[in-house]
Ligand binder design. Structure first.
Ligand code: BES
Ligand code: MN
Ligand code: ZN
Length: 487
């Protein structure tokens, strides 16, 4: 990200090009920020009140913008914060950035003594600046600077730093997700992730497993999917250890699906479904992005991420529908549809995680089209305990990345019964496809407390809106960071 962000006093807003003043919508239109503008010495026209708002139809919903031209100094914007929750403040920050032009400095006024809301506004502003321009001759520029200001700077630097760390992890993940598959083989994905993780400090360690190691570790699902591609598979293992770590420190394992391109394999996808399949490594980018941010955010638990990486391609060496693969834990998987490849590679990675006996294990995957049908842009969340399900639900609500709890009904295990192996990689045709996929994964977690986030729907956005940007979204990255911060 080219943009810089700084915490500042209100008076420093005078040098910005654009200044965003927050307006509440609930319980009633409120112009608390007008005071801030006066303190900063900015000219604000008189008569800006609730009556005026009604007259001009300004309802102060989150991100709603009304530009007031000031005669001298910065352009003033009134921007709604809706109900004033973190989502409202994120949209406020994003709208401020979107209302400014390239290379401008944008000031945003945030509430004093509320680190959470300060951080939300700064995060929204930073996220909205994201653009994937790697392959554009004309690299559209974003705003140059975001100035986050309030009447008391106490705690503001820390809030801004947290926003920066979060947005940086999201940008890192989005850059990987948006990269075309011809530029991002499993090898390249692993190399870029390792380079990033090596740069974040001594608390973070990274290993890249090449094919020989993957064979030695008996990752039969990953090897099976990879055998159709010219590109060899990789597995990235990243570990974050907090400063005061003891044997009692909770340990969270994260697992992310890293299919750099999913053609479907011999069970080839139709062209329309294949177009977005470069994003099928979102899970890997997300869990590695999370680990990259742990140090800066002062996460207090141990975190280990496993990201299996491969392409899913059709060829003379590809696995065939009806082939049987053996996962790391010895369980056999009949591959009836080579397009249900995610669960095959996750099986091995979940075994690796389970062996570490973690407190909690969470996997993230663009796993099923059925999730898109059922929930669209809301992620499907499967969990073995109510406690974990609730924690992820709340973290998702807080971050504006909603997920919805889904069942793991034991009686549906029959959907993945195989005639010749321990299980098959397809469910019952046209029935509960996300659930049968989750039940397949559950075969590899033993009695570990585990959750599975199916993000097929929300992983990709059709357009820019608020703090959401077109293309890969890295959806659930901020949810997982929030979950880790709250532990
Ligand atoms: N990567 C896809 C799932 C997907 C679909 C992600 C749409 C994003 C958008 C996954 O590997 C897949 O192909 N799943 C199959 C499974 C089926 C063959 C049992 C599906 O959902 O169609
Ligand atoms: Mn597939
Ligand atoms: Zn896939």
């Amino acid at each position: 990200m080219g943009v810089t962000i700084a915490a500042a006093k209100l008076t420093e807003l005078r040098t910005a090009d654009v200044v965003a003043l927050p307006v509440t919508a609930e319980p009633a239109i409120g112009f608390a920020a007008e005071v801030a503008a006066r303190i900063a010495g900015l000219e604000i026209p008189s008569g800006i009140d609730a009556k005026w708002a009604t007259k001009v139809n300004f309802s102060a919903s989150a991100g709603e913008t009304f530009a007031l031209r000031s005669l001298s100094g910065p352009t003033l914007l009134l921007i709604g914060i809706g109900a004033g929750d973190s989502e409202g403040w994120r949209k406020f920050g994003a709208a401020a950035v979107r209302s400014a032009s390239a290379k401008q400095a944008v000031g945003i006024v945030v509430p004093a003594a509320n680190a959470d809301l300060q951080e939300a506004a700064a995060t929204g502003a930073l996220l909205a600046t994201y653009k994937f321009t790697t392959h554009k001759s004309n690299k559209a520029e974003s705003v140059a600077k975001i100035v986050v200001a309030c009447s008391s700077k106490t705690g503001l630097d820390k809030a801004v730093a947290a926003a920066r760390a979060t947005a940086d992890a999201v940008s890192f993940a989005k850059d990987l997700i948006n990269e075309p598959p011809g530029h991002l083989s499993p090898t390249e994905l692993a190399t870029r992730a390792a380079a990033k993780l090596k740069g974040v400090g001594t608390s973070t360690k990274v290993e890249v497993w090449e094919k020989a190691r993957i064979q030695k570790e008996r990752l039969g699902g990953l090897l099976g999917v990879a055998q159709g591609s010219i590109e060899p598979p990789r597995l990235v293992k990243a570990t974050y250890t907090p400063a005061k770590s003891t044997a009692k420190t909770p340990h969270i394992v994260l697992v992310g699906k890293g299919v750099t391109f999913d053609s479907g394999g011999l069970s080839l996808k139709p062209p329309g479904s294949m177009m977005r399949m470069k994003t099928d490594m979102s899970g890997a980018a997300i869990v590695l992005g999370v680990v990259a941010a742990c140090g800066s955010l002062g996460i207090k638990v141990k975190v280990t991420a496993f990201a299996p990486m491969t392409e899913n391609m059709p060829s003379g060496t590809a696995i065939r529908p009806s082939d049987v693969l053996t996962a790391r834990n010895g369980k056999t998987m009949e591959v009836l549809n080579t397009d249900a490849e995610g669960r095959l590679i996750l099986a091995d990675a979940l075994c690796l995680g389970t062996e570490l006996k973690p407190t909690v294990m969470i996997d993230v995957a663009t796993l099923t089209g059925a999730q898109v049908v059922a929930l669209g842009d809301i992620a499907a969340a499967f969990a073995t305990t109510k406690e974990l399900s609730d924690a992820l639900f709340q973290a998702g609500e807080r971050e504006g990345e909603p997920n919805w709890p889904m069942p793991l009904p034991a009686q549906f295990r029959s959907h993945i019964d195989s005639d010749i192996a321990d299980m098959k990689n397809t469910g019952k045709s046209g029935e509960a496809g996300s659930i049968s996929a989750a039940l397949f994964l559950k075969e590899f977690v033993g009695d570990t407390q585990w959750a599975h986030l199916d993000i097929a729907g929300p992983s990709d956005a059709a357009g820019d809106s608020g703090y959401l940007t077109r293309g890969g979204t890295a959806f659930s990255l901020r949810t997982i960071l929030r979950y880790l911060r709250d532990l």
